[in-house]
Design a protein around this ligand. Structure first.
Ligand SMILES: [Zn+2]
Length: 209
């Protein structure tokens, strides 16, 4: 299933890169793993969940994650999982467009608080890009029903740091947010979903998130 979703992101992003940016899209490679995996980003365990490594342009999917998503956060459904794949592919697009590099280069040059703010903006842009994918996916296949979108947004909020921290610790620590709040993630996903237009995804210059 992950492979099917990834193929669909490849079809859609190839077309959107050509139509909206006049660029060629280079798709990421997919690596499925259980327990531990070594990437250009170092050693990771399944506790990390799915991730994208800019160093080797690969999407790493932890196969336990789908079950975790379903059991822990009550966000079932294949589209919710597809959203997670689309979010990681969003990070790949940011890598292709230079946003990842821009943020990483600021590390050590700015305060930790400022760096965290940039990290949040990078995460929200990945959610926006997942929304743009869903917009065009809907148009391309006509398979995705309205409740699937709601499931995806629920998954987005399930992964929001505030919700995760509430589930794990019973309280939230706003200063340690690196993914944005559930409300912010839903907002940017919806903006991508409703517009399908890459011009609306500049989280770095947005006045409010
Ligand atoms: Zn992310």
């Amino acid at each position: 299933m992950v492979g099917v979703v990834l193929q669909e992101t490849e079809d859609i992003w190839s077309k959107q890169f050509a139509d909206q940016l006049g660029k060629r899209y280079l798709a990421p490679k997919l690596v499925l793993f259980e327990e531990h995996i070594e990437s250009a980003c170092g050693m990771s365990s399944s506790a990390t969940g799915p991730f994208y490594c800019p160093g080797d342009s690969k999407v790493y999917m932890d196969l336990d994650f789908y079950e975790q998503l379903k059991n822990t956060f009550g966000a079932p459904g294949d589209f919710a999982f597809a959203y997670v794949v689309a979010h990681e592919v969003g990070h790949h697009i940011q890598n292709l467009l230079g946003y990842t590099d821009y943020v990483h280069k600021q590390r050590g040059r700015i305060s930790q608080t400022q760096y965290n703010d940039l990290s949040v903006r990078l995460e929200l842009q990945a959610d926006f890009l997942a929304g743009v994918w869903a917009h065009h996916s809907h148009k391309a296949t006509d398979l995705i029903e309205r409740e699937d979108f709601i499931e995806a947004i629920r998954a987005a909020s399930a992964i929001g740091d505030d919700k995760i921290q509430k589930q794990m610790q019973g309280y939230v620590q706003p200063e340690s947010f690196t993914h944005g709040t559930s409300a912010q993630r839903q907002r940017w996903f919806k903006l991508g979903l409703e517009s399908g237009d890459l011009r609306y995804g500049d989280t770095f210059n947005a006045q409010s998130l």
